[in-house]
Design a protein. Structure first.
Length: 164
């Protein structure tokens, strides 16, 4: 898999003039339900675009991992007494794009720390998210972090197995 920074998320997909293009974006809060909402948004949006069910399933898993990382590393820290960061209107953004060349899933957050594909401890409860993204996607990477944060993206094929 390709992992590298990209100058912008727009540099990942390259559409020819006249190709079908779809783009959708949603704000992600720090509430407990955010991960489920991101998965539902992904499945519904890609389904409406006519993306093959296997690609929708893979994209939903990739989005789940990218959003989990954004919420874990960029959401404001909360104590148990404060509960989830439901009062924070937006801690990250999820963008989906589809062109003939593929489906792009991108999550932007305020963290300036680039993602790191590190081997998880064998008995660890977490730490496998980017490994999953790496195995499922055609390529993935991130934009260079700046004062506003970074965007982590993954590209998947536009069609299902054997060009279905």
């Amino acid at each position: 898999m390709t992992t590298h920074p990209a100058p912008t998320v727009h540099d990942v997909l390259h559409a020819e003039p006249g190709q079908d293009r779809h783009f959708a974006v949603c704000a992600l809060s720090g509430a407990y339900r955010t991960l489920a909402e991101a998965r539902r948004f992904t499945a519904t949006t890609l389904g409406e675009w006519g993306i093959h069910a296997s690609v929708v399933s893979d994209a939903t898993l990739v989005v789940s991992e990218l959003v989990s990382n954004a919420l874990r590393h960029a959401a404001p820290a909360r104590t148990a007494a404060e509960g989830p960061a439901a009062d924070v209107p937006c801690v990250a953004w999820l963008a989906l794009a589809h062109e003939d060349s593929g489906v792009l899933c991108a999550v932007s957050d305020s963290s300036r720390t680039p993602p790191a594909l590190a081997p998880p401890a064998p008995c660890a409860d977490s730490g496998r998210g980017l490994w999953i993204v790496d195995r499922i996607s055609q390529s993935w990477g991130w934009t260079p972090p700046d004062a506003l944060g970074k965007t982590v993206w993954a590209q998947l094929p536009a069609s299902g197995p054997a060009g279905e």
